[in-house]
Ligand binder design. Sequence first.
Ligand code: 13P
Ligand code: SF4
Length: 301
Amino acid sequence: MDDISKRIQELKRERHAVILAHNYVAPEIQDLADFTGDSLELSIKAESVHAEVIVFCGVRFMAETAKLLSPQSTVLLPKSDAGCPMADMADPDEVAACRRKNPDAVFVAYVNSTARVKALVDICCTSGNAEKIIRSIPQDRPIVFLPDRNLGGNMMKKLGRKMELWPGCCPIHDQVTVEMIQRARAAAPGAPVLVHPECRVEVVDAADEALSTAGILRFCRESSGKRFIIGTEQGILHRLRKENPGKEFLPLEPAMVCCDMKKVTLNDLYVSLRDMTEKIELDPALAEAAVRPIRRMLDVK
Ligand code: 13P
Ligand code: SF4
């Protein structure tokens, strides 16, 4: 283990800290983390881990979710400007105005949303449970889904249910095209194409599976296949290759890199634990309102 990794481990012990990392962050951060997962797994972990300090290696909405579910823990986001452009596409004032215009609708927010937006909605979902959450809403209730028009559109198609879609998207997944899938299939005949449901509807139609990052990891682990085409952010390739040494993983598009997920470095992690920065602080009234839709999501069986 290199020097900086050792110092991080020492500080982690001193602070009684746990490091959580999203499947997209840099390989060296994933390797040092106590737990690596998708948004849903990390939310559940943040709550169950009962740590004094949680260092969240990912983007701001994820660290906020950890703080909402684990208010007694100090939650640190080592890189304070690691945001999610999609989450920022839903402005809280516009969401509040939309609510006023649609008083009967159930507002469903993808967890990729700010705490201020979560405080305005009825229930959250992640890419791993969106189908279950939408199914739990009575058929006669109109739904407004935000901020991802692609995840929402994919659910509409899959469930045959009309929803009002917010015009947001992930810039990384929205750039994937059907032509990219055709080219990848021609280069690796027979390999299944696995994409994230943040990709456009026609892209999901052209793929073999649309799964959350944890779903992609599970699929590849359980499959007897030897070669897979991966249509999501590149960071996931590290875990896929590490956990499946006999299998081959081909990126659908090498440009699928989320710079926000790549912001945190080992040095940032060290400084964060040393200086206890940046602490996620949420106004108590906001936190009380914002945790409600997350808890509702976790309560859906
Ligand atoms: P997962 O919930 O599948 O980990 O995805 C989070 C995300 O930000 C995808 O871009
Ligand atoms: Fe946001 Fe897309 Fe980055 Fe995920 S990959 S954090 S949705 S910008």
